[in-house]
Design a protein around this ligand. Structure first.
Ligand SMILES: NC(=O)c1ccc[n+]([C@@H]2O[C@H](COP(=O)([O-])OP(=O)(O)OC[C@H]3O[C@@H](n4cnc5c(N)ncnc54)[C@H](O)[C@@H]3O)[C@@H](O)[C@H]2O)c1
Length: 441
């Protein structure tokens, strides 16, 4: 990308409708869509959404310029959002939301009309990648390339029917089993050959991502598995000038971790152990009960501490942190997860202390506003001419994607500063460094 300066960044206007394409219509997707419909009808506020509620300070603290982000950069309006989803089950969004059990029935009943009108398109699915689920609403014909073509046809038809002028795709489907980039992921040519040859290493989420990128549609991955974080997909994103982002929404326990760990480190307090355990009983919990899927989650959940605490730089404080993450499927809790953390820390003269966190959270309530922000910001990035990995959206992810060879930034406060500075940069405003010497001249 040409290095932009204040003078040459231009943002195309957010004209017309924005179509959202969502593989997976479970708890997160239905909570997100029901939320947007409720907000549009004045039944709720977009709580948890930075794009809708946060302000951004411009210029000096004395200037008193702090507009809301949504009034500062041209984002699509909630009334312009159109939805399409794929799922292996045939339930419409109302029935799926009732089954997910996140939102109260009276609210869902008030939104029954728009939710019942959304039925999922047949999915591209492979039981080898999500072993605990199976459903009837799937595309069965042809090679993986034929399935990618079928998804592209779904996208074309949705665009036409909904009258959307722009599209964004966000993966809110189940977590797939852990796998590393293989030979087939090393270049676009290899990947396309692999699609034609039904290469086992290509997962369903990668077939969706390929279809999206091929059609110039930005893509975000809300789950922890490998999708666009491989050379072939990055090549396609660059070639088609499309922004991509991932992976694994930063909600619940990892959100807490990225709030607390930078605080402990900022005061040079040591950490000897961090034990995190969860109980959850939704469909996501059932999928994560499979060790292959859990391995994907474990990778994104555990990498966070190492990057924040930097044990190589501070061996006396963080060299031997014993970090353990557990997820237990416990049906009685449904979507209302409980995440416990026991943190063993040490201070002055090595004296030990303990911190206990018991977060009685609601997974999909925390994830839904992240979906909203991500789709609006990816669309903005696309209209600003940004392509490839969008590191400024790291704020939303447990395992942020970066340029090859670059370590990810996990500290949520640095991530937020980066996000806001990127918005300032887009609009030609001064970046805020927090130096502040000018106030004391
Ligand atoms: N809720 C959170 O806080 C949170 C945080 C981080 C990540 N995530 C991830 O977001 C994803 C969605 O979470 P959820 O709670 O909505 O799960 P969910 O199980 O309720 O919904 C996932 C849906 O995806 C469908 N699906 C599976 N494979 C598919 C495919 N190939 N194509 C189309 N549909 C497919 C399933 O049938 C299911 O309906 C999961 O991967 C989860 O790990 C959620």
């Amino acid at each position: 990308m040409q290095l932009a300066t204040k003078e040459n960044v231009t943002i195309a206007p957010a004209e017309g409708k924005l179509g959202l394409l969502i593989p997976g219509m479970g708890a997160v997707t239905t909570t997100f869509i029901a939320g947007v419909e409720a907000i549009k009808r004045g039944l709720a506020l977009p709580i948890g959404s930075v794009s809708q509620l946060a302000t951004i300070r411009l210029g000096k603290r004395t200037e008193g310029r702090s507009p809301r982000i949504k009034d500062f950069v041209p984002l699509a309006g909630l009334e312009d959002l159109q939805f399409a989803a794929w799922d292996i089950f045939e339930d419409n969004a109302y029935d799926a939301a009732v089954k997910a059990g996140v939102l109260d029935r009276p609210l869902l009943d008030a939104l029954k009309e728009p939710l019942s009108a959304l039925s999922p398109m047949p999915a591209v699915f492979d039981k080898d990648y999500v072993r605990r689920l199976d459903g009837p609403n799937v595309k069965t014909k042809g090679s993986k390339m034929d399935k990618a073509e079928a998804l592209m046809e779904d996208i074309r038809q949705f665009k036409e029917k909904s009258g959307s002028s722009r599209l964004v795709m966000i993966w809110c489907g189940s977590t797939e089993v852990f796998h590393r980039p293989a030979a087939v992921h090393q270049s676009l040519k290899d990947f396309e050959c692999g699609l034609a040859k039904n290469e086992a290493e290509i997962s369903p989420s990668q077939i969706y991502a390929y279809a999206a990128l091929k059609m110039g549609v930005p893509f975000a991955n809300g789950a922890p598995h490998l999708t666009v974080d491989c050379p072939a997909m990055m090549e396609l994103a660059r070639e088609r000038q499309v922004p991509i982002a991932g992976k694994d929404f930063k909600t619940g326990q990892t959100f807490m971790k990225t709030l607390l760990a930078p605080g402990l480190k900022s005061r040079m307090l040591g950490v000897s152990g961090w034990f995190s355990t969860n109980i959850l009983g939704n469909r996501d919990g059932e999928v994560l009960d499979d060790p292959g899927a859990f391995k994907s989650k474990e990778e994104t959940k555990t990498s966070v501490l190492d990057h924040i605490l930097q044990p190589d730089m501070y061996p006396e404080l963080y060299k031997d942190v014993y970090h353990k993450v557990r997820i237990n499927y416990y049906p009685p809790r449904g979507d209302a997860k409980e995440g416990w953390d026991n943190i063993d820390i040490f201070g002055w003269l090595g004296y030990p202390m303990q911190i206990k966190i018991d977060f009685l959270c609601r997974d999909s309530i925390l994830a839904a506003p992240l979906v909203l922000d991500l789709v609006l910001f990816l669309d903005l990035a696309q209209r600003t001419g940004m392509r490839g990995v969008q590191e400024w959206l790291s704020f939303y992810f447990k395992g942020p994607m970066t340029a090859p060879g670059l370590y990810p930034e996990h500290d949520i406060f640095i991530q937020l500063m980066k996000l806001k500075n990127t918005l300032r940069w887009m609009k030609g405003e001064d970046l805020i460094t927090h130096l502040g010497l000018e106030y004391y001249d």
